[in-house]
Ligand binder design. Structure first.
Ligand SMILES: Nc1nc2c(ncn2[C@@H]2O[C@H](COP(=O)(O)OP(=O)(O)O)[C@@H](O)[C@H]2O)c(=O)[nH]1
Ligand SMILES: [Mg+2]
Length: 343
């Protein structure tokens, strides 16, 4: 699971990447690609840490990739380094020229590259298929072949493939193509300090189905250099409850179809990252293969039940809210779990 940061040069990609991950990227231009992990802010997690005061604190993380695409062929560097990512965070410059139509042009310029790139992949494939004898075409290719014209039509209309209304099964069928415009996308508008509502104006004018969020990287870069208590003061002085970068990380996390369950104790409170709709044994496997292989039961309580019973497991249990779940249980976001296993 990885989120690629995309955007025209000088839009603020590396600045945002640094704010989210704490990994310096802007200065180290000797590296083409920089990777970093962003902690996912979660009030529930913070509350559990407050209750257990553990020695080790392990929040959920989202991996981000920043590419230094400069020089003659910036698009090539992006193509090579972001093709394997599961989602795209598209950063748009909304600060240097605060004009919605110019920002939209900048956004579309790169989106058009993605759409064109996918169109070329499809045209090549269709051409190859017409040259092949019917017998040589695999069932997988036949299934793909049936879908390609529909996708081609979508792209020719200038629309990304994620808007083509494909079913999950169809998306799976097309996975080997590594299409760009099929990846889930989050649009982040980097706004000027004195024009914070610009992202809203952008979203209204863009009329796109992708989520749009605003951030002023300049302010938040200053913010992230402060101590935690100073951060809080800084935010409340501006009447903001949470920095935008935290909301962006959370949006990226859910865009990738991920959720977390918790394991708790005095040694460690940890948020484990799993895909939505994961069954208990697979979820246990996130901790260790042995937990999955030797899965017996999952002792589960919901976060809300735990808090409603003063954060005391014994009270949850005596209220009959501590459940013993089996192999078919689908883990829910915020479950607090203790796995029983045997290997
Ligand atoms: N005024 C202003 N400048 C910014 C903002 N965000 C980034 N910059 C500046 O724009 C330049 C490009 O930023 P960078 O993050 O390296 O962009 P990248 O090329 O997309 O990675 C740097 O000089 C930043 O200091 C912002 O919100 N406001
Ligand atoms: Mg950069």
């Amino acid at each position: 699971m990885e989120m690629g940061i995309l955007g025209l040069p000088q839009s603020g990609k590396s600045t945002l990447f640094e704010i989210m991950t704490g990994v310096k990227s802007g200065q180290s231009h000797s590296e083409t690609v920089v990777r970093g992990q962003a902690s996912v802010p979660d009030e529930r997690f913070d509350k559990l840490v407050e209750i257990y005061k553990p020695q080790k604190v392990s929040p959920a993380k989202v991996p981000f990739v920043d590419v230094h695409a400069v020089g003659e062929h910036p698009w090539e560097a992006i193509r090579q380094n972001l093709s394997g990512t599961d989602g795209i965070l598209h950063v748009v410059d909304g600060f240097s020229l605060p004009d919605v139509s110019l920002s939209l042009d900048a956004y579309r310029k790169l989106e058009d590259e993605l759409v064109l790139s996918d169109l070329l992949i499809i045209e090549k494939k269709l051409e190859r298929l017409t040259k092949m004898s019917k017998k040589a075409i695999s069932p997988q290719e036949t299934a793909q072949n049936d879908l390609l014209p529909k996708l081609q039509e979508c792209l020719e209309a200038g629309k990304p493939l994620r808007t083509a209304g494909l079913t999950t099964a169809e998306i799976l069928t097309m996975r080997s193509f590594s299409f760009w415009s099929i990846k889930p996308e989050l649009v982040v508008v980097n706004v000027a300090e004195d024009n914070l509502s610009f992202a809203n104006d952008f979203a209204k004018a863009a009329k796109i189905s992708e989520p749009v969020m605003g951030i002023c990287c300049k302010i938040e870069a200053e913010l992230s250099s402060l101590e935690a208590t100073e951060q809080k003061e800084f935010l409340s002085s501006m009447g903001i409850s949470e920095p935008a970068f935290g909301r962006i990380i959370r949006a990226a996390f859910s865009l990738l179809g991920r959720m977390s369950y918790f394991t708790v104790g005095e040694d460690e409170v940890k948020a484990w990252v799993i895909p939505l709709e994961t069954k208990a044994p697979k979820a246990a496997g996130a901790i260790h293969n042995d937990f999955e292989r030797g899965f017996i039961k999952a002792e589960v309580m919901s976060y809300n039940d735990f808090i409603a019973h003063s954060g005391v497991t014994a009270q949850v249990k005596s209220a009959g809210r501590l459940r013993l779940e089996g192999k078919e249980y689908i883990v829910q976001d915020g479950d607090i779990i203790n796995f029983r296993f045997n290997v």
